[in-house]
Design a protein around this ligand. Structure first.
Ligand SMILES: NC(=O)c1ccc[n+]([C@@H]2O[C@H](COP(=O)([O-])OP(=O)(O)OC[C@H]3O[C@@H](n4cnc5c(N)ncnc54)[C@H](OP(=O)(O)O)[C@@H]3O)[C@@H](O)[C@H]2O)c1
Length: 259
């Protein structure tokens, strides 16, 4: 019996799988022989992603559903998403959360209660409530996992990033604690550095501005390049495969921490 193709036939639910890092996880899981259900914020984005994934992987077992996590009904919406995923493709083995709204980079003078609440909804409440939902919907086994997403800002402060830094650092604590609360279901997080995804356009960068910033950072990073989705996605795939890993924060950041 093969020991290393642990994801063959497993069911991945990738929340935020329409684009960016989550899309890489969808493709990586399919290439590892898994069944995949992807979720995004709208029917249109999910349909587009499904069309593209099916064109690239014609024999893939893939489904997709819209689940807008920004609403106050998020708890019921997550329950409904798990129910639809299970109905479409059976029990869920691995859950990945990469969904996030545009980064709210702001100077200290721009911080307001309303803005903090908005950021906290997607980056604090959603991961917590997903932990609660996973406890109800995913088998309590070390063979199953929940993987959250944080970011290099948790370790490397940057001017204007105080609110996001709080959420990113908090996610590491949440990950470790959920690993105890949900045991033996494993809970981990991936901490990416700069990755080339649509996230950067969503905060207002034009293609030219993004290219200029990435070019500047590429010269500084020890790897000499901005992270690629297909590399960073490997961290999520690894965490699903390694039944010995729980409460871990896997960092993939091009050596950003070394400079
Ligand atoms: N890219 C980086 O450099 C970087 C660095 C460090 C950390 N991270 C973190 O890694 C995670 C993934 O980042 P990314 O770069 O892959 O982001 P991205 O390319 O912007 O993708 C975001 C994903 O979130 C989904 N989403 C957004 N709003 C949603 C909502 N209200 N409900 C449901 N889904 C929603 C999007 O779905 P739709 O398309 O359907 O809206 C999309 O699938 C984030 O937590 C990000 O902060 C990224």
């Amino acid at each position: 019996m093969a020991k290393y193709n642990k994801l063959a036939g497993k069911h991945f639910l990738v929340i935020g799988g329409t684009k960016g890092i989550g899309r890489g996880v969808v493709e990586g899981a399919i290439e590892a022989g898994a069944r995949v259900t992807l979720a995004g914020s709208s029917t249109a984005s999910v349909s587009k992603a499904l069309d593209e994934v099916r064109a690239a992987y014609p024999s893939a077992q893939v489904a997709g559903f819209a689940c807008d996590l920004s609403k106050d009904t998020v708890e019921q919406d997550l329950d409904a998403l798990f129910a639809r995923a299970k109905e479409a493709q059976g029990e869920v083995d691995h859950v990945v959360l990469t969904a996030a709204d545009p980064l709210a980079v702001m100077g200290v003078d721009e911080i307001s209660l309303e803005r903090v609440r908005k950021v906290a909804h997607m980056r604090m409440a959603v991961p917590m409530l997903l932990g609660k939902a996973a406890a109800r919907h995913v088998r309590r086994s070390h063979e199953c996992s929940l993987t959250l997403s944080t970011g290099g800002i948790a370790d490397s402060p940057a001017s204007g990033w105080s609110v996001i830094a709080f959420m990113a650092a908090g996610l590491t604590g949440l990950t470790r604690n959920l690993a105890l609360d949900l045991k033996p279901l494993r809970v981990n997080a991936v901490e990416p550095g700069f990755v080339d995804t649509p996230l950067w356009e969503s905060i207002g960068f034009t293609a030219e501005q993004k290219a200029a910033v990435f070019n500047e950072w590429s010269k500084k990073l020890p790897t000499g390049q901005i992270g690629l989705v297909e590399d960073v996605a490997e961290a999520y795939i690894y965490l699903a495969k390694d039944s010995n890993a729980t409460g871990e924060i896997v960092k993939t950041r091009g050596g950003h921490n070394l400079i």
